[in-house]
Design a protein around this ligand. Structure first.
Ligand SMILES: [Zn+2]
Ligand SMILES: [Zn+2]
Length: 110
């Protein structure tokens, strides 16, 4: 009877050991998915190429070269094409309050 118990405990340890090894192996893949903290939070520099990955306003989630909230002078161009929401003071194409499903994709890094 004693031998049976010892064997059971040994078997249990073996299973637990195998499980913890398995989870450790999965860790690097999970951390790779997490975006870096510094990216996407700030504003683009003045000399970025419009339409590039760097041309992005992290605060308003639109291309910096088209961000009327950072540069109110840009509003006139949107108003001229009828792309303007008077209620929110935003281009309709940037207006997430009217279009909650609106997705503005940041251009991919080259
Ligand atoms: Zn902005
Ligand atoms: Zn609106």
């Amino acid at each position: 009877m004693k031998t049976f118990i010892t064997t059971s405990i040994l078997a249990l340890f073996f299973v637990l050991g195998a499980c913890s090894k398995g989870t450790e192996k999965d860790k690097p893949a999970a951390t790779r998915e997490t975006p870096t903290k510094t990216e996407g939070a700030g504003h683009a520099a003045k000399d970025v190429v419009p339409g590039s990955h760097e041309d992005w306003c992290g605060e308003h989630q639109v291309p910096e070269s088209q961000c009327t909230q950072c540069d109110p002078k840009l509003a006139a161009a949107f108003k001229a094409t009828g792309d303007w929401c008077e209620e929110h003071g935003l281009p309709t194409s940037h207006d997430r309050k009217h279009n909650p499903d609106l997705k503005i994709e940041r251009p991919a890094k080259k």
